[in-house]
Design a protein around this ligand. Structure first.
Ligand SMILES: [Zn+2]
Length: 457
């Protein structure tokens, strides 16, 4: 059965135009003005925007962390994702230190296969370096995993400079890329010690122990290591204007640096940590922390002028009950926010509708660029003949209000509660199937693993 989406505005990074989209099975067959097709089911999408299915290149589902497990697994996390227009997630396979990469990859397949409502892939976390791990790197590429993740902080996952350097060199041999979590672990630890000694144990201490400079220092540090290794790199969840300045300095030296930021750094600020209600404040705890309005403005500007290439969520959800673990000690609050369901509508509302970015830029940073950077293009991230028929039908007139109780995430709250949106998602198609209509998820575990090749952004 063919489906013909008629009368919508097809949006891509290169421009927008009123075009019909003919879908045959799982693929887009044709994109053109006035398509006629007698045997197609015609869907009138006049006045709607058609975005390529959003790709969230930064999620953490079913992750054991902070002495607990994330509220969302692949079942609930991907249902929440597709409801928000995300037709593919790239989660982080995360073997513990001492475990092999293959063990981590097999484990993440077990968590995701047959349970996901959107398509998916994994980045491979490297938190150890030795001859065995080194020998496994090419085997990851063979299994469709060309991207990796390393941490400059968190004792359970952090990798020292020497191993980071070796890993970057090895990944480069095969044309892959690494994303790195950049925060200065030592200084943060010292500030935490001082805050604890002073009895400052409330959530408000969280941003005070992770000031902007601790991110900027780590970004600068990483980028000098990449300069020596002569490798490109992705700065994940960049949150400060100072860190972005370090990226611009590295680019001026001729380095290739990609930047990801997240909706929460674009729309929320650190004032939430000082809410009198512990649960409310704890609900905002993530690392890097929420910053200032000044940082928000720098990030929007970075998106507008192309300094920032992607917006992913870093969805790492905990219920407010789980966050209670840190009442009386802010360092024990599980860190991470739910967000996989709200990314598209937030980017449209606070970016496109306010004129901070264009709708074409939104398509670029949510769909096209992650597909290109992480080797899924043009199967994903494009409304082109031959691409997977992953399509978000956005109704720019159907305003709504974001409410925690409406979310499908098991976090059961949203940091964006009460925000009024400009427009909302009318339908989502996943490989030609109508997956979401007016907020209702109409498919089961229809998602599949998408093997990727080396990227081309
Ligand atoms: Zn993350």
């Amino acid at each position: 059965m063919k489906t013909l989406l008629k009368g919508g505005i097809v949006v891509s990074g290169g421009g927008s135009a009123q075009l019909d989209v003919l879908v045959d099975g799982e693929k887009i067959e044709q994109v053109a003005e006035h398509i006629l097709c007698a045997d197609a089911n015609v869907v009138d999408v006049t006045g709607k925007l058609l975005f390529p299915g959003f790709i969230d290149a930064h999620t953490h589902f079913d992750l054991d962390v902070c002495n607990t497990t994330t509220a969302d697994n692949f079942d609930t996390g991907t249902r929440s994702a597709i409801r928000g227009g995300t037709t593919m997630v790239i989660d982080f396979a995360c073997p513990n230190k001492g475990e092999s990469l293959q063990y981590g990859l097999d484990l993440w397949h077990k968590k995701a296969d047959g349970r996901s409502s959107c398509d998916y892939s994994f980045h491979m976390t490297i938190d150890d370096w030795n001859d065995e791990i080194k020998a496994e790197v090419p085997k990851m590429f063979e299994q469709g995993i060309p991207s990796f993740k390393m941490y400059m902080t968190y004792p359970a996952m952090m990798i020292g400079d020497k191993d980071l350097f070796y890993a970057l060199e090895e990944i480069k041999k095969y044309g892959g890329i690494a994303g790195v979590h950049c925060e200065n672990a030592g200084v943060i630890d010292a500030l935490i010690e001082q805050h604890k000694a002073d009895g400052k144990l409330a959530p408000g201490s969280h941003p005070e122990c992770r000031p902007n400079a601790t991110e900027a220092e780590a970004v600068a540090h990483l980028l000098r290591i990449c300069e020596v290794a002569d490798t490109p790199v992705v700065i994940v969840h960049l949150s400060t204007k100072e860190a972005l300045a370090e990226v611009m300095a590295a680019r001026a030296r001729g380095q290739k640096v990609y930047v990801e930021t997240c909706p929460h750094y674009l729309t929320l600020d650190e004032s939430g940590y000082y809410e009198a209600d512990f649960r409310k404040a704890a609900g905002y705890i993530c690392a890097p922390p929420l910053r200032t309005k000044d940082d928000q403005n720098a990030l929007w500007k970075g998106l507008y002028n192309g300094a920032i290439q992607t917006v992913s969520t870093d969805h790492c959800s905990f219920t407010l009950e789980q966050k209670e673990a840190g009442r009386g000690d802010f360092t024990k609050i599980p860190g991470g926010l739910p967000g996989v369901e709200t990314r598209g509508v937030l980017l449209y509302t606070f970016g496109v509708a306010t004129g901070k970015i264009t709708k074409e830029k939104m398509a670029e940073v949510l769909s096209e660029n992650p597909a290109k950077l992480y080797g899924a293009w043009p199967r994903k991230g494009a409304i082109l003949a031959g691409s997977d028929a992953d399509i978000v039908v956005y109704d720019p007139e159907a305003d709504t209000t974001i409410k925690g109780e409406d979310m499908l995430s098991e976090a059961k709250y949203t940091p964006y509660d009460g925000m009024r949106t400009r427009g909302s998602i009318a339908q989502v198609y996943l490989r030609g199937k109508l997956a979401v209509e007016h907020g209702e998820v109409k498919i089961g575990a229809a998602g599949t693993f998408i093997p990727r090749t080396t990227g081309t952004l």
